[in-house]
Ligand binder design. Structure first.
Ligand code: KG4
Ligand code: ZN
Length: 345
């Protein structure tokens, strides 16, 4: 089965072709970073318009690179949500229209399920069940994963997502957008022990939140950075030290929660995905944790940590192969909890 995947939930237009026999045939990404740079964040209306401009040419390129004609495509997958409503509607309209024109089934994919499954595109992929840490610009969550679509939230952020904390901290330090890679770069020459930033909600005796011990909070960390930059000139050395101290605090929090989640779930596998999983310090720390606990840890390749079409094509293949079909009626779901997905066994 050959599936075309389309991702347009935020500021990246991603397109890919996945083949169940041959694996990933071709994938392309157009990043809108430059378009939004002057605004310090994503401007939804500009994002939608640029998806309209880029999606179809990218689809043509991917089809040509894979030597695939419309008649060879067995199904189409597109991101239905969560994300920016206008941006989602571009992918949803395009996906449904192509499915109608090519007379093939289509399926709407939950963006975070795409991330969750992205490590399965690598050699030696994880098998179910596993515990997952999903860390992106909009989500920070731990989930117990039993099967495709069988997700139980173990913990999630009560305020900012961890990627959002990276982005806001980078903005405070004048490092630009997106903040994650900029912070990681600046942190390389910094002293991670200069600032003792808080590790919010890592005191287990205080069991706050809906998921005792496993919920996250990152807004306090951002406030601590605001205090650190106040009343002093932002020298390159100060920027590097704050970036390194911030990165260490964020990685600490994520690693502590992963350890507790694995203890609670008893899982032997840890899957880590989403934009922040590109962070090398986080990967290093979680590899160490996995070794200590005797569990295996799985990541997507760096390129597929952040948004991409490949994860949508792959998730689409799994759901289409299981017989799931999307009606051709128009729609997208800007807000959508991953726990609401249907289980495929
Ligand atoms: O998954 P993603 O591409 O988009 C969403 O679904 O949100 O994640 C984007 C987030 C941004 O907040 C970005 O700053 C963060 O991932 N990010 C990183 C790194 N690369 C991207 N955070 C930390 N370190 C990185 N190397
Ligand atoms: Zn994403």
């Amino acid at each position: 089965m050959r599936v075309l995947g389309i991702e347009t939930s935020c500021d990246d237009t991603g397109v890919a072709l996945y083949d169940s026999g041959q694996g990933l045939l071709a994938h392309r990404l157009f990043s809108q970073t430059e378009l939004h740079l002057d605004y310090g964040g994503v401007v939804p209306e500009l994002a939608s318009r640029d998806h309209i401009r880029k999606a179809l040419p990218l689809i043509r390129t991917v089809m040509a690179e894979a030597g695939t004609h419309p008649a060879d495509v067995d199904g189409i997958a597109f991101t239905t949500g969560p994300g920016l409503a206008g941006a989602l509607l571009v992918g949803a309209a395009l996906g449904r229209s192509l499915a109608y024109a090519w007379n093939v089934p289509c399926v709407g994919i939950h963006h975070m399920e795409g991330h969750l499954l992205s490590p399965m595109l690598e050699p030696d992929p994880p098998a179910f069940p596993f515990t997952a840490l999903l860390v992106s610009g909009g989500h920070t969550l731990l989930a117990d994963v039993q099967a495709l679509g069988d997700y139980r939230i173990l913990g999630e952020s009560v305020d900012d997502a961890v990627g959002e904390a990276f982005d806001k901290t980078a903005k405070l330090l004048g490092l630009g957008y997106p903040g994650g890679p900029a912070i990681a770069q600046a942190a390389r020459t910094g002293n991670p022990d200069r600032f003792k930033f808080p590790r919010p909600m890592t005191d287990r005796r205080k069991t706050h939140g809906a998921h005792p011990g496993l919920d996250f909070s990152f807004s306090g960390l951002k406030t601590a950075v605001v205090t650190a930059v106040q009343n002093q000139p932002l020298t390159p050395e100060l920027i590097a030290d704050i970036a390194a101290s911030f990165e260490q605090a964020a990685v600490d929090v994520l690693a502590i929660k992963c350890e507790w989640a694995l203890e609670q779930s008893g899982a032997r596998r840890l899957v880590v995905a989403g934009g922040v999983s590109a962070n090398l310090k986080l990967r290093e720390r979680l590899r160490g944790l996995a070794e200590k606990l005797g569990v295996r840890v799985y990541f997507p390749r760096g390129e597929f940590s952040t948004d991409n079409g490949a994860m949508i094509a792959y998730a689409g293949y799994l759901r289409l192969a299981a017989g799931q079909r999307e009606p051709l009626t128009f729609g997208a779901r800007a807000r959508w909890r991953i726990e609401e997905l249907s289980t495929v066994k």
